[in-house]
Design a protein around this ligand. Sequence first.
Ligand code: PLP
Length: 400
Amino acid sequence: MLDVRKDFPMLKQDIIYFDNAATTFKPQCVIDAMSDYYENYSANAHRGDYDISYKVDLAVENTREKVKKLINARFNEEIIFTPGATSGLNDVVNGFFANLLDVNDEVLITQSEHASNVLPWFRLAALNKCQVRNIDLNANYKVTIENVLKAITPNTKVISLAHITNVIGDIRPIKEICKIAHERNIFVVVDASQSIPHMKVDVQDLDCDFLVFAVHKMCGPTGLGILYGKKELLESLDPINLGGGMNESFDSPNEIKLKSLPLRLEAGTQNIAAIIGLSAAIDYLLNIGFDNIYKKEKELKDYLISKLSHLSHIDIINYNSESGIVTFNVKGVFSQDVAYYLNKYNICVRAGNHCAKILKQAIGDTNTVRVSLYFYNTKKEIDDLVELLSDLDKIRKEMI
Ligand SMILES: Cc1ncc(COP(=O)(O)O)c(C=O)c1O
């Protein structure tokens, strides 16, 4: 891989950043694309009849096309801009499944889902519109086909899973799950927030019904996500927000005519600068190549695991996960204290429950330390981290 570090202004600071599952740094080309919009053609989209507004329309729709190609959707109309992955999941739950499910219908999730893929379903269940049940995780906290089959009942209507989880970092067999689900008329919702930035994802190959992701975890700006849905399903997703840009006409409460997809689901002014930044981020990542990105992260992750596994005071939670996420605890030291200690040496890791609060039921620990790698991390950074973690007395002495 070429020297990518020079592309990231944040990497010029004296910090080691290992919290890429929370958000990634942005390359200069993304920052420049957004500045160019604000400096040179800062108009609204789909509204104006003048040159700079046309230029914005073009930029927004080109980005939609790029996202379509990135995930191999069939139609541009299947790509909806949202404020984030959370927003996309809430749209799917409240705009589609709330109208479809009934009190006895079952939604299958797991204990390692992010809050965004738990709470909207919990609320639906609290409103007596479904039951939420877990697919059991195996001894390595992974989803197996065997356990999916065990969890499915005649009442199962939806399986909603992260493609890669944000604490365990396991890659779920989504393609096989979709096949099993569709043979039983079960919908599959995929939270791809932790997979899209790191590997090639093909929605037609997976055959999932809905898929969401957050743009800020893939070198793009914050405040933007993508909701993908099969066109025929998105057609019957009720917009949660109504307003400008998404209607054809409204003469009275009973005479509201909405636009067709995708605009029907994009009420109000979109985060145009972020959409333009996403376009640059996609170009940037494609230029590096997702195979190279995944390979580099796997190499770094294996290197980190091999080093940490020599330290007897480190309990690694997810030895066997396939992504660049390594979760562990230092024996007898609270995870947040480990993070504070490392922060003294300008190393950024995440500590806590990582928004996966029901995972504690499976791993028996509420709090962990998480190192999440991206392709711009280096073995030298890992050496620095491991050196600091190798001295338990020093950790104890210096914490807080
Ligand atoms: C697996 C997963 N799903 C959903 C989200 C939510 O993303 P956002 O906060 O950008 O909406 C995250 C963010 O950490 C995540 O890791």
